[in-house]
Ligand binder design. Sequence first.
Ligand SMILES: Nc1nc2c(c(=O)[nH]1)N=C([C@H](O)[C@@H](O)CO)CN2
Length: 119
Amino acid sequence: MDIIFLNGMAVETLVGVYDWERQHSQTLYLDLQVGIAANSQRNDDLSRTLSYADIAQIVRTEMAAQSFQLLESVGEHIAQVLLQQAGVLQVSIKVMKPGILPGVREVGIHITRTQTSGL
Ligand SMILES: Nc1nc2c(c(=O)[nH]1)N=C([C@H](O)[C@@H](O)CO)CN2
């Protein structure tokens, strides 16, 4: 399996458990690893892979449209949306919320989901 990764992606979204968090969108940071089938015949051709620009656009569109309480739900949703893209075998996603706990740079979750259909 080959991995396409996006690290430190900033996304704006309405997220959080408490009322004060749900008044305005917040910035979350994502580290994404998208697994696709290894293909030595890719021939230096973008159309034979998944563009990281397309992955970023899909994530931004989803984050603008959705609102979740938990970072776990954010991660699960993004993982499931990306797993619906052709050729995606696995998604690992780290979702980080900065500056929310005193003395802690960021808190967050890290999940990995694997394609089950077609196996
Ligand atoms: N495991 C989690 N714990 C907490 C979350 C979360 O998303 N996952 N969220 C919160 C609040 O929204 C917090 O960020 C605001 O203080 C608390 N714990």
